[in-house]
Design a protein around this ligand. Structure first.
Ligand SMILES: [Cu+2]
Length: 158
């Protein structure tokens, strides 16, 4: 499934002439896995770990995002979504290695909300260089957001 999707994306991109990936053959392409945690199980601070991640243009990545906390969090980066070619996002029922796939989204995820103890793996080609804001706008009962509490970061494509 993944191979056929990646091949289709590559063909589409080549047809538009907008972007030529480093690898254009139909062979299996292994994405580079990059991890990020939303908050931390050891404290209740609303932070991205790490709060800055750098990608190289023309490279295929899987951003592995886990929420080990008891809070709802999200990754919201409209800039990055527009600067990459999204392949798929696979949703898991747990953060650990025994987690089961429970859903897959094909194409671009506008934003992803993570319920406590969940994980998602977003696979995309990094394309357009730049710095892109990352925020979590989960709202607390008092009306403040995690962004207010400092849950913000940056994605860079170089
Ligand atoms: Cu949050």
């Amino acid at each position: 499934m993944r191979k056929s999707i990646i091949t289709a994306v590559t063909a589409t991109v080549l047809a538009t002439g907008a972007f030529i990936p480093a690898v254009v053959s139909a062979q299996e392409i292994e994405p580079i896995r990059v991890t990020m945690e939303l908050g931390s199980a050891s404290d209740n601070l609303h932070r991205f770990h790490p709060d800055h991640t750098t990608f190289k243009s023309g490279t295929l990545y899987t951003l592995v995002v886990t929420n080990p906390t008891s809070n709802v969090h999200e990754i919201d980066s409209e800039g990055l979504v527009g600067a990459v070619l999204s392949v798929e996002t696979v949703v898991f029922d747990d953060v650990g290695d025994d987690a089961q796939k429970i859903a897959m989204v094909v194409g671009a995820p506008k934003e992803i909300v993570f319920y406590p103890g969940s994980r998602a793996e977003w696979t995309f080609w990094a394309v357009e260089p730049g710095d892109y804001e990352l925020v979590c706008f989960t709202e607390e009962k008092d009306g403040t957001t995690h962004w207010d509490a400092g849950m913000k970061g940056t994605f860079t494509i170089e």
